[in-house]
Ligand binder design. Structure first.
Ligand SMILES: [Zn+2]
Length: 344
């Protein structure tokens, strides 16, 4: 059985769906797709692999081990960034993809491909396209040359005009599971293996904080945010442990005011982290296999969840959300925290 999109981690359903059209003699793909997903979820990797699959010399070869094969001339040229018929555009360091870049694309699209049978365009950060740029692109999407294939990578398709969306179906990248996030990180940068070995708990912390984005996890691991994340997560673990024990309300108040009063933004972040952890405890109470966003240690989450009633967890969860809203309305941080704990 042929391996499908071997370089794409997670998103199996999506890959299988794309492969069904690609494996046929005449792939019945539309001329454009919007690939939507949060920062760092692998949109560009999918775009590159999709481009390879479309022009792979072994696309319909039943004996090829994978689609794309990764070994033919076309696959290798794309991997090396040496394919003249794969054109990438983006913001070029500016805040948005402007109309000039799209006008250039519109001129270029009418020039026949050099080397391949297709000409493939990847528009990075397509959600930043100005309305003018989107309208200019629309003209190409309405009547593209038969060989053109356009991939719009975007973090939020709500920012795209309806007219664009009606001509470019949306492929949605799913957030990765913690295991897949780790796999994607190590695939993207094998040197991270060393970091994982030297500080496994930090590695774990950034994966859980990145919420399914391997790119974000890599950024977090290399930036100065890493120490802050660890601190925030340890404070959250302690919060849940104290909250699980009704006799420790006084200590809980001291802990919460201690970690939340430095500044308002920090307090909101810390409360959001508490809220995410409590949400995990609610979910795991209902379903032992529920996907968790805070706890990487499922056993510990189960144990804590068992020690609290569902009613209590929901009360805490509501009080946390209420406190976050109060802080957003610029209420006094200390008073907000005291009032929150009194509801637990
Ligand atoms: Zn190939």
């Amino acid at each position: 059985m042929k391996e499908i999109f071997p370089k794409i981690i997670g998103n199996e359903e999506l890959c299988a769906r794309l492969a069904r059209s690609l494996l046929s003699e005449n792939p019945d793909l539309p001329h454009a797709y919007i690939i939507e997903g949060a920062y760092g979820t692998g949109k560009r990797t999918l775009a590159i692999e999709l481009a390879k699959a479309l022009v792979c010399e072994n696309r319909t070869n039943p004996d090829a081990p994978a689609l794309p094969c990764g070994e033919c001339r076309n696959c290798r040229n794309i991997s090396r960034g040496a394919c003249p018929d794969l054109i990438e555009i983006g913001t070029d360091g500016k805040a948005s993809v402007g109309v000039d870049a799209i006008r250039e694309l519109r001129r270029d699209v009418h020039i026949y491909p050099n080397d391949l049978e297709r000409k493939i365009y990847i528009i990075n950060d397509a959600h930043t396209m100005t309305v003018q740029a989107q309208n200019a692109l629309l003209l190409t999407l309405e009547e593209p040359p038969a060989y053109a294939f356009i991939l719009l990578l975007c973090e939020n398709s709500a920012l795209m005009l309806e007219t664009i969306k009606s001509r470019a179906p949306i492929i949605r990248m799913k957030p990765l599971s913690p295991e897949d996030t780790e796999r994607a990180m190590l695939t993207a940068d094998p040197s991270l293996e060393l970091k994982k070995r030297t500080d496994p708990s930090l590695f774990d912390d950034v994966i859980m904080s990145a919420d399914g984005s391997a790119g974000l996890a890599i950024d977090l691991l290399s930036g100065k945010e890493a120490a802050k994340i660890t601190e925030c997560r340890r404070a959250t673990e302690k919060f849940c442990e104290l909250a699980a024990n009704t006799a420790k309300k006084a200590q809980l108040l001291i802990h919460v005011t201690d970690v939340c009063t430095s500044d308002r933004e920090n307090a909101k972040e810390q409360l959001s982290s508490f809220s995410m952890a409590i949400r995990d405890l609610v979910l795991i109470k209902r379903d032992q296999d529920a996907p968790l966003r805070f706890y990487s240690d499922r056993e510990r989450a189960l144990e804590l969840s068992d020690s609290m009633s569902l009613r209590r967890l929901l009360t805490i969860s509501d009080a946390l959300l209420e406190a976050i809203t109060s802080l957003e309305r610029n209420m006094n941080t200390r008073l907000t925290l005291i009032s929150m704990i009194s509801k637990f």
